[in-house]
Design a protein around this ligand. Structure first.
Ligand code: SF4
Length: 193
């Protein structure tokens, strides 16, 4: 076979696993306390090539400029080439790495819980808008549920094995919801819903 041809050029900043983000913890906390950062939105998970998955591109574009997206896994490819800028030097897309680095996002959330002195992870200014595509995301989702995270949005498609009974349990106990209209979801995220 012929060698692969370069089809695009540019730079993407990555490497924001938990050690790096926590090294910036003072800066991040200060930005939250000053109001420079209003909300973190975790948009991690799996990606597929279908056009309906542009939901995450559109959310990234429509989120206010005082939000920071935390990501890991293939979902980031939907928006990591957008020039979303930074907040006082903190990139608006903090990319922890590949899907296994979702662990880092959980560590960061738990550390922020300590730093802000809250008992419940759901009191943090963090929303979860998770991209679902294939089975590894089950493990990530179960990890989030075991940490007590509620109100997770999941989409743009839902797992085929979600029977009505399982959905009922997830909705009742964890307030899981499917992603919806981009503008409405962004609005709800900014209100912590
Ligand atoms: S499990 Fe596969 S599709 Fe999902 S984030 Fe990891 S590499 Fe991407």
């Amino acid at each position: 076979m012929r060698p692969p041809q370069e089809i695009e050029t540019g730079e993407i900043i990555g490497g924001f696993a938990h050690n790096q983000v926590l090294a910036l913890a003072d800066k991040v906390v200060e930005a939250v306390k000053s109001g420079a950062i209003k909300r973190f939105v975790v948009m991690a998970g799996c990606d597929g090539r279908f056009k309906d998955r542009t939901y995450f591109t559109e959310v990234a574009q429509q989120l206010p400029k005082d939000t920071v997206i935390m990501t890991a896994g293939c979902a980031k490819y939907r928006y990591n080439k957008l020039d979303l800028g930074d907040i006082g030097g903190i990139p608006r897309v903090l990319d922890a790495g590949q899907c296994n680095d979702s662990y880092s996002l959980a560590v960061i959330a738990l550390k922020l819980k300590d730093v802000f002195g809250v008992d419940d992870i759901n009191e943090l200014p963090i929303s979860f808008d998770i991209a679902w595509y294939e089975q590894k995301a089950v493990a990530v989702l179960l990890a989030l549920l075991s940490l007590g995270v509620k109100g997770i949005r999941l989409g743009p498609t839902l797992p085929a094995f979600l029977s009505p009974t399982v959905i009922d349990v997830l909705v009742k106990n964890f307030d899981i919801k499917p992603v919806g209209d981009v503008a409405e979801d962004v609005n709800a995220i900014m209100q912590g819903k």
